[in-house]
Ligand binder design. Structure first.
Ligand SMILES: Nc1ncnc2c1ncn2[C@@H]1O[C@H](COP(=O)(O)OP(=O)(O)OP(=O)(O)O)[C@@H](O)[C@H]1O
Ligand SMILES: [Mg+2]
Length: 230
């Protein structure tokens, strides 16, 4: 693989088995992402976008095929080893937020930094919450936050370790236009300022148009993969 590629996906299949039946959710996926690139993945509901993002980030395993992140074969690692790779290189914004219900907004943002042993964690986490417009909500628990607010906490958490690659699953799906714009600006600043690679799943065509490449998937297959002629 080219060293300038941060992500390399080859012949990836994901098949779920239930009640003796096989369901092919991803069917022979192949693509690479250059380090520092911005990429949007679009496609209809149920086409496999979230599943694909989870495999790329090492949250889940492919049924077959190879997934390389920063030249590390994720498919050959144990769960613990994949967790370590995620903590070192990956930020992930979940479609359903996945905040820890027993932790406050501030504590949720602090978790990845604690795992890494960063310094000045609390101040840095507060700063990130402030950037997403939630300084006043730092001591609230997820149930006390609206969907859009939880999404913004999830963003602050994903940014906390300055990831080499950020995977965002519908990052603006629950936000109003003004807040979306703010969040998008933060993501693209991370790309231009820190060189963070962005892989964004989105139904929002305007957001997709801001990236330099768009992959369309349908029925678990890539149906187009094109540079975005902005
Ligand atoms: N654990 C599972 N077991 C069985 N089938 C699953 C599982 N997880 C996902 N699927 C199926 O895989 C397909 C792809 O799901 P996925 O969540 O990746 O779609 P998506 O493209 O992200 O859709 P959306 O736009 O609605 O978020 C769906 O048909 C879904 O029902
Ligand atoms: Mg999804």
């Amino acid at each position: 693989m080219h060293p300038e590629n941060i992500l390399n996906i080859e012949n990836v299949h994901k098949i779920y088995k239930s009640a003796g039946k096989e369901l092919t959710v991803l069917n022979n996926i192949n693509f690479s992402v250059a380090s520092g690139a911005t990429l949007a993945i679009t496609g209809p509901s149920g086409s496999g976008k979230t599943t694909l993002l989870g495999l790329c980030a090492g949250l889940d395993r492919a049924t077959s095929g190879t997934v390389k992140l920063n030249d590390i074969r994720l498919d050959e690692l144990t769960e613990d080893q994949r967790a370590a790779v995620r903590n070192n290189y990956v930020g992930f914004i979940f479609q359903n937020f996945q905040l820890m219900p027993t932790l406050t907004a501030l504590e949720n943002v602090m978790v990845p930094m604690e795992l890494r042993g960063t310094k000045n964690i609390r101040a840095h986490a507060m700063d990130l919450l402030d950037k997403v417009g939630l300084a006043e909500r730092s001591h609230h628990y997820p149930v006390q936050l609206s969907g859009g607010e939880q999404q913004r906490v999830s963003l602050a958490r994903a940014f906390s370790n300055k990831p080499a690659i950020l995977f965002a699953d519908e990052p603006t799906g629950n936000l109003d236009a003004e807040t979306s714009e703010k969040i998008e600006k933060l993501m693209f600043e991370l790309n231009t300022d820190a060189g963070t690679t962005l892989v964004i799943v989105t139904h929002d065509l305007e957001l997709a148009q801001r990236t330099s490449r768009i992959i369309k998937i349908k029925g678990g297959m890539i149906i187009s993969d094109e540079a975005n002629g902005r």
